[in-house]
Design a protein around this ligand. Structure first.
Ligand SMILES: [Zn+2]
Length: 268
């Protein structure tokens, strides 16, 4: 499942391509019946909140998209977009004299249009998103500090804080030496604040590079300027051995997802 950095990057890229433009909106597959409500409207802005993407339309309504496990956007920058391939839930095409662009969305968990209230209901369920300027770190720290649940579960709970997925949770817990099963109540406020800052920095780097790289370059034995290979881009996630101490990485189930950690660097 894409983590928050992917959604924020999509919002940023699509804003450049689409914001302020009148769009034709359709559903080649037919399941996005709300398409007619905004067909021909201007897309005023896009907004990312955790793993949710919102389209603010000139009609006053708001589109809601959640990619889920399989959702994917595909951008076509040609005057004649190709025939929709597969089950395209939503197609938007710029309907003005500017640069031609068509964007297809396939396989999302959610794709709908509704009044602003619908967006507010979704956002009210979400914890602070470290990538948003309006995020309140105190709230996330408080959410974690008062809970007896495992930190590995708290980081995936979108009502505690939003945008973190399976890779970033494992990596941030490793950086702070926190075992994934340690309860929130057993972490100090200082640890939780540092954890927030680490997650924010990791997510920001993810938006910039459009991929997940949590290790720092000087921890790897790579030629200068070389691209960091995927298997080298994390400390513990899907690694055989810990990057720092070479202990074999342990994989345990936390909140129904496999959580990787180093038994030496993250003792119970
Ligand atoms: Zn280690």
């Amino acid at each position: 499942m894409p983590e928050g950095h992917t959604i924020h990057r999509i919002a940023r890229d699509h804003r450049t391509l689409l914001a302020g433009r009148a769009l034709r909106v359709s559903s080649p597959q037919g399941r996005f019946t709300d398409a007619v409500r905004v067909d021909g409207a201007t897309l005023v802005d896009l907004e990312a909140y955790g793993k949710h993407l919102f389209h603010h339309w000139s009609t006053g309504e708001i589109g809601h998209i959640h990619l889920g496990l399989f959702g994917k956007f595909r951008v076509h920058r040609t005057a004649e977009p190709p025939e929709p391939r597969g089950a395209v839930r939503m197609r938007v095409t710029a309907d003005d004299d500017g640069e031609p662009v068509t964007i297809d969305l396939a396989g999302p968990t959610a794709c709908s249009v509704g009044p602003p209230h619908d967006r507010d209901v979704i956002v009210a369920r979400l914890g602070p998103d470290p990538l948003r300027a309006d995020a309140d770190p105190d709230l996330a720290v408080h959410n974690m500090a008062r809970s007896r649940r495992a930190m590995g579960a708290l980081l995936l709970d979108q009502s505690v804080l939003s945008g973190v997925g399976n890779v970033y949770r494992a990596e941030a817990l490793f950086v702070h030496g926190i075992h994934p099963r340690r309860p929130g109540t057993a972490c100090s406020e200082h640890e939780l604040r540092m954890l927030w800052t680490t997650l924010r920095d990791m997510l920001r780097a993810g938006v910039r590079s459009n991929r997940i790289v949590t290790v720092t370059r000087d921890e790897l034995d790579l030629p200068r300027g070389a691209r960091i290979p995927r298997r080298e881009a994390t400390y513990v996630y899907k690694r055989d051995r810990c990057l720092r101490c070479a202990t074999p990485i342990a994989a345990i189930e936390v909140a129904n997802r496999t959580c990787y950690h180093c038994p030496t660097c993250q003792p119970t």
